[in-house]
Design a protein around this ligand. Structure first.
Ligand SMILES: [Zn+2]
Ligand SMILES: [Zn+2]
Length: 305
């Protein structure tokens, strides 16, 4: 049986960050300065997502670098240090107004967060649930949320600020309940220190346009990384396979039956692995960890069982 990749061979790969701030909210650098950091380091796209301010700085686009239109919204949770933050990524950049202030929806807690997600959907945005560990949200604070595109599994800014960037529990909890939501790594850069270019996604899309990048994200045709490269991931009959840059470990994470981990011999590396499905999986996803502990995460493959 032929391999069925989750990626499209005819597509290209584009590297980008979906979450960043500038002097237009609480970032230290201006939009052109932030764009320059990413463009000169080889990023292909950058979403500028200032707080409560929709923006689309398309004048900063070059041949191989584009700005993605976006905003970050806060919904209150009336407990100290608790909040819901949701990034909206506009699917086209058309029909919304550059530098328009957008107030958070009425409502607090999960109802307010769901309203924010629903407003984004109605206005042609993708929505990303941000930094749950930093925001102090427990599973019961988010468990009812639906119809959002992705959740941050790695937020580089939060990780650097106080070690609250890496969080996969809520993601897996959604997946185990059959809620199809993708995992994203972002920077959430504020330029308070070198809090940029630490977490990104690699998008498998036909062209570097806002529409193509948005569509690929919505379809889950991307992976997240803090270092490793994933070159292929998919199904081969009753197996799931992955190919990647030289790694110390490759993990297949599954539910309900358990997945499996593969490790390189000491001083060696592995760059592929295959896991035999047991037949009852709701989903399988993979993680690639290099010798320095840097990680790449695929999105899950779902099974209709
Ligand atoms: Zn935030
Ligand atoms: Zn932010």
């Amino acid at each position: 049986m032929a391999r069925e990749s989750v990626y499209c061979k005819d597509n290209k790969w584009f590297k980008g960050n979906l979450h960043s701030h500038t002097t237009r909210s609480d970032g230290r650098l201006s939009p052109p300065e932030v764009a320059e950091i990413y463009r000169t380091r080889g990023w292909n796209f950058l979403a500028i997502t200032d707080h409560d301010l929709y923006s689309y700085w398309e004048e900063l686009n070059t041949d191989d670098f584009i700005i993605i239109p976006g905003i970050e919204i806060e919904v209150k949770i009336p407990k100290p240090w608790h909040c819901h933050h949701i990034v909206g990524i506009h699917r086209t950049g058309r029909g919304a107004r550059h530098l328009e202030r957008i107030a958070p929806p009425e409502g607090i807690e999960a109802a307010g967060a769901q309203a924010a997600i629903d407003n984004f959907q109605a206005e042609n945005y993708l929505s990303i649930y941000c930094h749950p560990l930093w925001s102090r949200v427990e599973w019961e604070d988010v468990s009812e949320l639906r119809n959002f595109t992705a959740i941050e599994i790695y937020n580089h800014g939060c990780e650097r600020e106080n070690r609250t960037g890496l969080h996969l529990d809520h993601w897996d909890s959604f997946l185990r309940r059959g809620v199809k939501v993708w995992g994203v790594a972002t920077d959430d850069t504020h330029q308070w220190d070198e809090d940029y270019c630490g977490g990104w996604i690699m998008v498998n899309a036909p062209q570097l346009t806002v529409e193509d990048i948005s569509k690929a994200i919505e379809a889950g045709r991307f992976y997240s990384s803090t270092g490793p490269v994933i070159t292929d991931f998919g199904l081969d009959g009753g197996q799931v396979y992955i190919e990647c840059s030289p790694a110390a470990a490759i993990h297949f994470v599954a539910f309900e039956s358990r997945g499996k981990s593969f490790y390189a011999e000491p001083g060696e590396t592995i760059s592929s692995a295959v896991h035999n499905l047991r037949g009852d999986e709701l989903f399988v996803r993979a993680e690639v960890v290099d010798a320095n502990g840097r990680t790449a995460w695929t999105n899950p493959i779902f099974f209709n069982r």
